[in-house]
Design a protein around this ligand. Structure first.
Ligand SMILES: [Fe+2]
Length: 552
């Protein structure tokens, strides 16, 4: 059965294709449209569909719209109550109006599609499937507890349940307006960032603060029992004056962020303790925007009752495209295969890349040993744009569309933050060879291929990799195995031979305010506009000949 999954209702529009229970392709619309998060999460944008990513998924598999057996839309309008608590009153009906007509919009965008083939999957069920069904068997895929938390779905904000034999049983649903995700969004806005987008910045800010307002936050954010929470009604202005957008948050804002972060972690531990008692499962899988909070994820691993925790790398709403399709597949197919990795997007072959470089009329070379050439440049402290294979599904660059640097130089944090127009307090993350990870990082699950947990950096290593150590001595690690990504694993090995360090700085390849690079043209545009020393575009290398005489 050929199922196209579509996420379009709020933001992070995306498409995924599942054929006979196997994930064939998945991509976010922002990578095509070059508009970060695809669109604003407002009711009057609910008609917009991920047209380019849907079409690409079909093209990639050689399918026409008429060949599809089903299309899933990850929001079920029959579950929404436009007059209910926590709804965008006055506008919610418009959202529903659009969602109810989505089958016809889809048939217009995909000529030949029968609108009757479109079915709605409840938003949190789609998130749940993106975790509980996409996880590999060793992480409990199909046989695990599952927890989803985000800002909101139709009329709820979290789901706790269990997968048995690949089928979901829901054990608790959190009714709005209580919502951990919405509390965190309100905080994000209050400390001067863009809500529903910049929550990860607030998580980084929290590590600069002390939870001095924890008692007052706990009055509004806490575990209540039976898998349900209190999470609403914080009077932000009474805690700290709002931070105007564009201004650097103060210590007081960092303390507020630390207080909310801690209260949220406590609430999560409460509900997950209950979920463990109800299910008795060793494995927990998670998705939803809250599951992108890698600081909370690590605390859940350290202090929670589950032996193993797996988080969907596309835990934001983009992941519901895949989850919706997997959920429907689980109802009609014999079995559903786990996702093969996060590299589910577009890729280009050598001929295409050669053609593009010729067309761009830039000097390029094809080194005999790409990994060694790039490793030498990194050892000489070059900034490297690393464009390899298929693009990532989800917000993290995992060695396919990455900006790499040498972690031994503390200034590289600022150098990267300048390229990317990021705030000074934001950390960058390490990529490490899987076989060496345990010597350097602890306190989080290893291997950690999707960069969804924070780890403690061993004190002996902190001075050797200063660029990737956050103010609190932690790092958000990505482990790379030779089995999953032989080329990047070899790059790490060669870099270790030259430098003695099996770690590289890895951040997403994009400039300020832009989505991650997806196509080779995006990569060339990024390289041309930012002080990056070397672009590794598939097997080819483009070097910057700067006026200062770099490449050093
Ligand atoms: Fe969501």
């Amino acid at each position: 059965m050929r199922i196209l999954g579509v996420n379009a209702v709020f933001h992070d529009p995306a498409a995924a294709l599942v054929v006979d229970g196997r994930t064939v392709a998945a991509a976010e619309e922002e990578r095509f449209s070059r508009r970060k998060h695809g669109k604003e999460a407002v009711p009057f944008s609910a008609w917009e569909l991920p047209v380019q990513s849907m079409r690409w998924c079909l093209e990639h598999a050689g399918l026409r719209p008429a060949d599809l057996d089903a299309v899933t839309y990850s929001y079920d309008p029959s579950l929404a109550d436009p007059e209910g608590p926590g709804q965008d009153r006055g506008w919610e009906r418009l959202r529903l109006f659009y969602v109810e007509r989505a089958p016809y919009f889809l048939a217009t965008a995909l000529p030949g599609l029968d609108p009757a083939k479109v079915s709605y999957v409840p938003h949190h069920v789609a998130h749940a499937a993106s975790a509980g069904l996409a996880a590999p068997p060793e992480a409990g895929g199909g046989e695990c507890a599952v927890f989803v938390a985000d800002g909101r779905g139709e009329s709820t904000s979290h789901l706790a349940g269990v997968y048995t034999g690949g089928q979901l049983e829901v054990l608790a649903r959190q009714p709005l307006p209580e919502s951990l995700g919405l509390v965190y969004e309100e905080l994000t806005e209050h400390v001067g960032f863009h809500r529903s987008s910049d929550e990860y910045k607030v998580m980084a800010l929290a590590s600069y603060g002390e939870p001095t307002m924890l008692d007052r936050i706990r009055e509004h954010v806490r575990y209540e029992g039976d898998g349900l929470l209190r999470a609403s009604g914080v009077d932000w202005k009474s805690l700290a004056a709002p931070c105007p957008p564009g201004q650097e948050p103060s210590k007081e804002h960092a303390d507020l962020a630390a207080s909310v972060q801690t209260a949220m972690e406590e609430a999560l531990l409460g509900v997950l303790g209950w979920l463990h008692r109800r299910t008795g499962r060793a494995h927990l899988t998670m998705a939803g925007g809250v599951a992108l909070n890698c600081v909370a994820n690590s605390r859940i691993v350290r202090e929670g009752p589950f032996e193993h925790v797996w988080v969907q790398p596309a835990s934001g709403d983009a992941g519901t495209a895949l989850g919706g399709a997997l959920h429907l597949a689980s109802l009609v197919e014999d079995g559903v295969a786990p996702m093969p990795g996060a590299d589910l997007g577009r890729s280009w072959d050598e001929d295409d890349l050669w053609e593009l470089l010729r067309e761009a009329d830039v000097e390029f070379e094809r080194p005999e040993d790409l990994a060694d050439t790039v490793a030498r440049a990194l050892n000489d402290n070059a900034l490297v744009a690393w464009f390899q294979g298929a693009s990532e599904y989800g917000p993290r660059a995992l060695g396919h569309r990455s900006l790499l640097a040498n972690p031994a130089y503390p200034d590289n944090l600022e150098r990267l933050n300048r390229v990317k127009g990021r705030e000074r307090f934001r950390p960058v993350a390490p990529m490490v060879s899987e076989r060496r990870a345990a010597e350097i990082f602890s306190g989080g699950p290893l291997p950690s291929p999707y960069m969804l947990f924070v780890h403690d950096v061993h004190p002996a290593w902190r001075e050797r990799v200063p660029a990737v150590v956050h103010v609190d001595g932690t790092a958000r690690v990505q482990t790379v195995s030779a089995e999953d990504d032989p080329l990047t694993a070899r790059l790490l090995d060669r870099f270790e031979e030259h430098s003695g360090t099996p770690v590289l700085v890895n951040t997403s390849l994009n400039t300020a305010g832009r989505p991650m690079v997806d196509s080779p043209r995006d990569a060339l545009e990024c390289f041309g506009s930012a002080p990056v020393d070397l672009l590794a575009l598939g097997p080819f290398i483009v070097r910057r000949h700067s006026r200062q005489g770099a490449l050093r």
